[in-house]
Design a protein around this ligand. Sequence first.
Ligand code: SF4
Ligand code: SF4
Length: 95
Amino acid sequence: MAYVIGATCIGTQDRSCVDVCPVDCITAEPEDEMLFIDPVTCIDCAACVEVCPVEAIHPQAEVPAEWADFTHINRVHFEDAAAARALVRAWTERA
Ligand code: SF4
Ligand code: SF4
């Protein structure tokens, strides 16, 4: 399992979670509208959850149903960042 960042990070991006992650698995490129958690590197410590001001971070098994796409989007970011950006944009346009 891993933790997953959801929609409320879009446009917030204050990076509080980056500062507390012990394995540096939360990243984004400058052109991204949100941050992403690498599901391979995340050690499920939950340190990021409490510091997020917009409750964007959940364990994969508890991601709110309306954010289900973000489990996939977080994974895609680490394979193809441009593709993940397009998925985030599409999700925002649908919301
Ligand atoms: S759960 Fe821990 S390891 Fe995973 S992203 Fe959050 S702070 Fe990093
Ligand atoms: S703390 Fe929350 S809003 Fe801030 S960058 Fe991390 S996931 Fe996004």
